[in-house]
Ligand binder design. Structure first.
Ligand SMILES: Cc1cc2nc3c(=O)[nH]c(=O)nc-3n(C[C@H](O)[C@H](O)[C@H](O)COP(=O)(O)O)c2cc1C
Length: 161
């Protein structure tokens, strides 16, 4: 932490050093369209039962769609999907077109996902300015390929299958 940085900036910088994969969470909006949000807070929680979590920011324009969804998908992105990650980080380009998604256990996930997980909300809890959403994993599908990474604000690749 430098002399000029606030504790919040220092915390951001520290967590930016934690390299993650990149996912798109998909859920149906009130108008029936499928909404996608770029998310890197995904964490595996439990194997028995199979639970995972992600954290939804309170300030999201799409908060209600994701906070209220009972069924939602997680698509882990391949390294060629950087444009997909950028697109679903912006509200203006949040809609998933029909041909871009497919069903997994009755849940819509991105067709191009390196790994796809169909989830049902297990429980939710507020933590600071984010809602922690814990999901029960209903089904998964996995493909070979290198994964997209996010590290210090930039995209990269695992570089291996
Ligand atoms: C790599 C990356 C990871 C992100 N991870 C999260 C996340 O875990 N949770 C979250 O609420 N927003 C996350 N965001 C931000 C959302 O994708 C989106 O930009 C934000 O919700 C603002 O758009 P909205 O107001 O239309 O929702 C992430 C953005 C990027 C680029």
């Amino acid at each position: 932490m430098t002399a000029e940085s606030t504790p919040e900036q220092a915390y951001r910088q520290a967590m930016a050093a934690f390299a993650t994969g990149v996912t798109v969470v998909t859920a149906p909006a009130a108008d029936g369209a499928l909404s996608g949000m770029t998310v890197n807070s995904l964490t595996s929680v439990s194997l028995e039962p199979r639970l995972l979590l992600w954290c939804l920011g309170d300030a999201s324009a799409r908060y209600r769609t994701f906070a209220e969804a009972e069924l939602w998908g997680v698509s882990i992105l391949a390294d060629e999907a950087e444009s997909t990650a950028r697109r679903f980080a912006r509200a203006a380009t949040q809609d998933v077109a029909d041909g871009e998604s497919e069903l997994l256990a009755g849940v819509r996930v991105l067709r191009q996902g390196l790994a796809q997980l169909a989830c049902r909300t297990h429980h939710k809890m507020q933590a600071g300015d984010h809602l922690i959403i814990v999901g029960e994993v209903l089904d998964v599908r996995v493909r070979a390929g290198a994964a997209l990474t996010f590290y210090r604000g930039g995209y990269g690749s695992t570089g291996a299958d």
